[in-house]
Design a protein around this ligand. Sequence first.
Ligand code: AMP
Length: 251
Amino acid sequence: MKILVPVKRVVDYNVKIRVKPDGTGVELANVKMSMNPFDEISVEEALRLKEAGKAEEVVVVSIGPAKAEETLRTALAMGADRAILVETDDQIEPLTVAKILKAVADAEQPGLIIVGKQAIDDDSNQTGQMLAALLGMPQATFASKIEIEIGDGKAQVTREVDGGLQTIEIKLPAVVTTDLRLNEPRYASLPNIMKAKKKPLDKKSPDDFGISTTPRLKVLKTEEPSGRKAGVKVKSVAELIDKLKNEAGVL
Ligand code: AMP
C-alpha cells in the first residue's frame, strides 16, 4: 500500500505572529517557516505504518512556493520515500488544495491519505474533508490512533470527539486527518538529512492538472488579539474584594 501525505509550509509555531501594518495578513518576510505540526504527525504515522509492514511507500506532497521544497526535504529526511512539489506563488485556498490533491491522488492511487486536521496559519480545517468528498472516499477525522488490517483492506481509527474517544472502521482507500495526540514526530538525523537531498522530488504546477488558483474569498482585515491590561497591586484583602465587586464586577 502507498500512503500519500500532504505537508504544508507554514510560519513556525514558535514564532510570535505580527500582523502586517496594512492588515492584509501576517508578516511572512524574514520569519522562520516550518512544516505544519499536524503534518509532521501525519508523516510520522505514515512512517510507523510502513515500519510495521502495513505500507510499502510514503509519498509526501506540498503545494506552495519553491521554498516548500525545504519542507518536503524535511519529510524525506524523516523517512518519506518520494516527494511531489506543486509549485505556485499564489495564495491557495483549501478547496483548490483539495482539488490539486485529488489530481495527485488520481495519479498516485494511494491506499491511505493522511492529512493534518488543520493548517496552523489559516486554521481552516477543511482540506481533508473536501478531499475525501472529491475522491468519494470514506474519511476519519481527528485521529488519535490508526490501525490497519491489511487482509481486509480496512482501517480502525480512534477519533477525538467532545465526549471522549470514538473508534470507527473505514474501508480503504480512505482519508484520515490527524490530531495532536496521535504520536510524537521523530527528529531527522544528520545522516538522514544528507540522504534526503538525493531522494526523488518531482516538480509540477497547478496548470499541469488544469486547476485554476484564482481565490474565491478575500481577506478583509486581520487583527491582533487585544493586549492584556497591566495589573495593579492592592494593599489589603478589603481593597481586593472591593475591586472585584465594584470594578471587575465578578463578585
Ligand atoms: P486546512 O484545511 O487549510 O486547515 O489544512 C488542513 C491540512 O491540509 C494540512 O494540515 C495539510 O495536511 C493539508 N494542506 C493544506 N494546505 C496545503 C498545502 N498548500 N500543501 C499541502 N498540504 C496542504
